[in-house]
Write a protein of this length. Structure first.
Length: 135
């Protein structure tokens, strides 16, 4: 996979994950305004689940590809922790049905996923193919 495409995937993943984190942080403030703003579809469970699935697939593809290049587990570990937190926020009923706990959980998970993409981008950008490189 070409370096510009890999870089673009990480930037997309980081941006999307950080937008998700902002979405989750702002959701409790907007909850009373949903009907008036017509944002019910954007802030509902279906959108949230679809976004977590998308973040999981994009993150797995991008960071596993990056790991194969730079061989540093930090980014992949951060991604896995972030995805674990996001999936817990979706699937674990006590977190999912408590508004503040859910917002904190999803914000934290989305931030971790975004940071994982940024870390992967940095690791890929800093990787130099030389005599010590196995590739």
């Amino acid at each position: 996979m070409s370096s510009p495409f890999r870089s673009w995937l990480d930037r997309l993943g980081a941006t999307g994950s950080l937008v998700c984190a902002v979405h989750c942080a702002v959701l409790p403030l907007l909850i009373a305004l949903l009907p008036a703003l017509g944002l019910s579809a954007w802030l509902g469970e279906g959108f949230e689940r679809a976004f977590v699935v998308f973040a999981s697939l994009l993150g797995a593809f991008s960071l596993v590809t990056g790991y194969r290049r730079h061989r540093v587990l930090r980014a992949l570990g951060t991604l896995l922790l972030g995805l674990l937190v996001l999936w817990a926020g979706i699937l674990y009923a006590p977190l999912h049905h408590h508004l503040v706990a859910h917002a904190v959980t999803m914000t934290f998970g989305g931030t971790l996923v975004g940071l994982a993409h940024l870390l992967n981008l940095r690791l890929n950008h800093g990787h130099v193919h030389d005599a010590s490189c196995a590739h």
